[in-house]
Design a binder for this molecule. Structure first.
Ligand code: ZN
Ligand code: ZN
Length: 378
């Protein structure tokens, strides 16, 4: 782990300030990326309540099942000096949290707004409603994503390392793509390599061969890869510090058809133009349009059926989303994918994806393998 106590302390303080500004009296954060971001604690999401209680003013505390206390103390959370409050099997942990919130004891009528972790289980949300009948429940997500989407230099370095690791896997993909092998067999080789390259987990492996390449979220199937196929390979994992990789490249077993080559050239021009357009101040929808307009002008607008990209950090998909309708201006430190695609249903498809970071005066790509179609010699 590369968490520094002062970084985490600073994140907690900034989250408290942001919660106060958003009119929330406290944030309640359950296991997941938000908890890891704020405390370094990679807690398992279980039926027992584990919850960071972060009042807008005052000291944060961590409520954990008694049996999880040693794990919490051993994590970076243990170095933060905040109160770790265990509960026993027959206790009501929700009532325990309620008793520790600002204004507790002022009666059920005390005006309170609590921000709940976006990924909190419904079971837990409703238990908090039970013990806090007078409180308004709102999403903590906007407050936390505001912090999380602006990466520090150390976080960008983590994403850079993740990018280098997935690039190392893409460089080896031609070894494994052979006619007669199934997508699943190739996918297993790729998954092994994702771990060997330094990731702690494999988050997804998409090997879309032939017509499966036209389905953006196709994963793996038992389809046998054939000579002449084009193959979309979209892969990613999380590094030991939690930061994620995500990159898509396109491979061809032998030379592609003229039809494919024509739209691949359009796609490459669009993705390249979008990467070059990254700079502070351009809005998410403007960046989306830079590529979409080129693809539409070439006659493939209705074949580009998804947004341009998603933010990335401790989660593969987070803010900012690069999508039509988002007037959010990009800022230095924002990291996101640029992944336009063109899909000819029933035939084949292509997508090119890099992670990019907005810098002080432009953008930096974190995936550096060739974006050209990689032709595998048979
Ligand atoms: Zn991807
Ligand atoms: Zn992606």
């Amino acid at each position: 782990m590369t968490h520094h106590t002062h970084d985490l302390t600073d994140r907690l303080a900034r989250a408290q300030k942001a919660a106060a500004e958003a009119g929330m009296d406290a944030l309640l954060i359950s296991p997941g990326a938000d908890l890891r971001y704020l405390t370094g604690y990679e807690a398992l999401p279980l039926e027992r309540l584990t919850c960071l209680v972060l009042p807008a003013g005052g000291d944060p505390l961590m409520v954990v099942p008694a049996l999880e206390k040693p794990a919490a103390e051993a994590s970076p959370l243990g170095g933060l000096g905040l109160d770790i409050v265990p509960w026993n099997e027959t206790d009501d942990p929700y009532a325990l949290v309620a008793s520790r919130l600002p204004g507790a004891g002022a009666g059920a009528g005390a005006a309170r707004t609590v921000g709940l972790d976006n990924h909190m289980w419904a079971e837990k949300v409703l238990n908090f409603r039970r013990v806090l009948p007078g409180a308004e429940q709102v999403l903590a997500g906007p407050v936390l994503s505001d912090l999380r989407m602006r990466k520090t230099a150390a976080e960008v370095e983590s994403l850079r390392a993740a990018g280098a690791a997935i690039d190392a896997v893409h460089r080896r993909v031609p070894e494994w793509l052979r006619p007669g092998r199934t997508e699943r067999e190739v996918g297993q080789d790729i998954a092994d390599a994702i771990l060997a390259a330094g990731h702690a987990t494999v988050d997804f492996v998409i090997v879309g061969s032939g017509p499966n390449g036209a389905s953006p979220h196709h994963e793996l199937s038992d389809r046998v890869i054939q000579a002449g196929d084009q193959v979309v390979v979209d892969i990613g994992g999380a590094m030991p510090d939690g930061y994620c990789s995500d990159s898509t490249r396109n491979y061809s077993l032998g030379a592609p058809s003229a039809e494919y080559a024509e739209y691949f050239a359009v796609l490459l021009a669009a993705q390249t133009a979008q990467c070059e357009a990254v700079r502070p101040g351009i809005t998410a929808e403007e960046l989306d349009a830079v590529g979409r307009d080129l693809i539409t002008a070439a006659g493939y607008g209705d074949k580009f059926i998804h947004r341009t990209g998603h933010g990335i950090g401790l989660e593969t998909h987070e803010e900012p989303y690069i999508v039509s309708g988002s007037a959010r201006p990009l800022e230095p430190g924002m990291a996101f994918s640029i992944e336009p695609g063109i899909y000819l249903a029933g035939k084949h498809g292509a997508r090119i994806e890099d992670i990019a970071v907005c810098t002080a005066d432009g953008g930096e790509r974190l995936n550096l393998t060739t974006r050209e179609l990689v032709v595998v010699d048979l």
